[in-house]
Design a protein around this ligand. Structure first.
Ligand code: NAP
Length: 259
């Protein structure tokens, strides 16, 4: 079998949490273009329908599930629905997450701290346990956790260190689970993006244009990533071509963490 054949995802079922927009949509689209059937989950019915229509226009088989992963309980509900409606997936991308706060530690209310840990870590644990766990009996599976370069560095322009903490814990969870599941043929890897120009970030930069310039100056490539640039990495990690890669963290940041 050629290397190109091993990258194909035909016959594989992929769940992408937060697949309606941003990096999640770009990864779902890339997996779909590589032949996977995709199941995207997020909170807005309209955004899900819009995303599904775009994917179906490309002849990608796409299903949607309305889900709120702000809590571990919400993640349990999603996983039960996936298992009932679609059975165990082959590929899981734990993409939901985000910071959405700019509060220094000395002022951080405990509830805010816990909210960000739930959103970036605890729901991903539940999805990994239930959907990744369901891959074990089959002896083949791919779990991809979307972390951040904030798992490695404390970015200077925005506070809210529960985000850094949660993403760093997600990275260690990735490695430990990878070690446990390696004998079962289920790989677990993480992608650590730098700053990407998603619609959400565009909106944020419209309010704070000086922030965009500051961030761009810190990136050796001199620009942010575009969502399409993350898709190929997700396809590689989801495919048979990555059969010997597990417990790894793939930084994709235009060189931001080099300087
Ligand atoms: N973009 C970046 O520069 C960047 C950098 C480093 C790491 N990351 C990480 O990459 C991942 C994706 O980020 P993004 O920038 O692409 O985010 P985004 O543009 O804000 O999109 C987030 C996706 O998740 C869904 N979502 C958000 N909260 C949810 C919830 N509680 N339950 C279910 N779905 C939810 C959104 O849909 P709804 O709002 O409709 O639910 C959307 O589909 C996150 O884990 C983020 O931390 C992003």
């Amino acid at each position: 079998m050629s290397f190109w054949d091993r990258l194909q995802l035909k016959g594989k079922k992929a769940v992408v949490t937060g697949g309606s927009r941003g990096l999640g949509f770009a990864m779902a689209q890339a997996l779909g273009q590589a032949g996977a059937e995709v199941i995207i989950a997020s909170r807005s019915e309209d955004k899900l329908a819009e995303a599904a229509a775009r994917l179906r226009d490309e002849q990608i088989v796409c299903h949607t599930i309305l889900a709120d992963l702000a809590t571990p309980q919400g993640a349990e509900v999603l996983c039960q629905q996936v298992l009932e409606e679609h059975g165990p997936p082959d590929i899981l991308i734990n993409n939901v997450g985000g910071r959405r706060i700019d509060i220094p530690t000395e002022q951080m209310p405990l509830e805010e701290w816990l909210r960000i840990i739930d959103l970036n870590l605890n729901q991903a644990f539940v999805c990994t346990k239930m959907l990744g766990g369901a891959m074990l009996p089959r002896g083949w599976g791919r779990v991809i956790n979307v972390a951040s370069i904030c798992a490695m560095i404390a970015v200077p322009h925005i506070k809210g260190r529960s985000y850094e903490t949660a993403k760093a814990a997600l990275v260690m969870f990735t490695k430990a689970t990878a070690a446990d599941w390696a004998p079962y043929g289920v790989t677990v890897n993480a992608i650590a993006p730098g700053t990407f120009l998603t619609d959400t970030n565009r909106g944020w930069f419209e309010q704070r244009p000086e922030l965009q310039q500051k961030i761009e100056r810190e990136i050796p490539m001199g620009r942010m990533g575009t969502p399409e640039e993350i898709g190929p990495l997700a396809v590689l990690l989801a495919s048979d071509a990555a059969s010997y890669i597990t417990g790894s963290v793939f930084v994709i940041d235009g060189g931001r963490t080099l300087v």
